[in-house]
Design a protein around this ligand. Structure first.
Ligand code: AP5
Length: 216
């Protein structure tokens, strides 16, 4: 978890690749619905543009579907952008209990709001793969071109200063309490996300390499 631009989408795929687990990114799933122009996509488009959150039950349903049907999740999963509210966290706990699974760790990427404006306004994405770049901090080899496919890069519709301010307010109000929820369960780890992506990765990967809950 972490505010918009903290680095969830940069680090999540690395966790997936390093630990052979699936990467479930709720923002990417919603953008896929928007691209397909589904009813959910049409509704989500308005909510995302306003910097709000999509209904908890819909989001929980999407996670349940992935855990039940995505064969890449057999070794485990990394959740990126979920849970974002206390009801989502409680429903996730109930779902995992039913499945006789549990969370090993909850990582919060911590960074001051003022550092996020340049990250968000400079972000470039390859829509098909979800790969992210940054004009200045992580530029593609050729300007505006994906390194892997050679396809054009784009900016997300919600990556502007006005929407970012609303997304940050939503994060602090609705996702802030989720931090205390996981601290009280002894699962929480804070990582300084203002460091370079490689330093963030070094610190993040240590959390997942350590035995769960400090047990050997
Ligand atoms: P989502 O897609 O999850 O957006 P977000 O939380 O706002 O996060 P971002 O994707 O903007 O940032 P990130 O942390 O992934 O940063 P990134 O790694 O790309 O959700 C979008 C919307 O969907 C929400 O607003 C909500 O409406 C809805 N939604 C999603 N989940 C929901 C849920 N569970 N419930 C209800 N609604 C939900 O990095 C950003 C940039 O910085 C990149 O350009 C990157 O290259 C650069 N960068 C990354 N790390 C570093 C670093 N260490 N140093 C320098 N630059 C860096």
């Amino acid at each position: 978890m972490g505010p918009p631009g903290a680095g969830k989408g940069t680090q999540g795929p690395r966790i997936r690749d390093e630990f052979c687990v699936c990467h479930i990114a709720t923002g990417d799933m919603l953008r896929e619905q928007i691209a397909q122009k589904t009813e959910l996509g049409k509704e989500a488009k308005k909510i995302i543009a306003a910097g709000g959150l999509v209904n908890d039950d819909i989001m929980v349903g999407m996670i349940r579907d992935q855990l039940e049907n995505n064969s890449n999740c057999k070794n485990g999963f990394v959740l990126d952008g979920f849970p974002r509210t206390i009801p989502q966290a409680e429903k996730l706990d109930a779902m995992l209990l039913e499945r006789k699974e549990k969370l090993d760790s909850v990582v919060q990427l911590q960074i001051d709001d003022q550092l996020l404006i340049s990250r968000i306004t400079g972000r470039l994405v390859h829509k098909a793969s979800g790969r992210t770049y940054h004009r200045e901090f992580q530029p593609p080899k050729k300007p505006m071109i994906d390194d892997v496919t050679g396809e054009p890069l784009e900016q997300r519709d919600d990556d502007n200063v006005d929407t970012l301010r609303k997304r940050l307010t939503t994060f602090h109000q609705q996702t802030g309490p989720v931090v205390s929820y996981y601290k009280s369960k002894g699962l929480w780890h804070g990582i300084d996300a203002a460091q370079s992506p490689s330093v963030v990765w070094d610190n993040l990967s240590k959390v997942f390499r350590a035995p769960p809950n400090g047990k050997s």
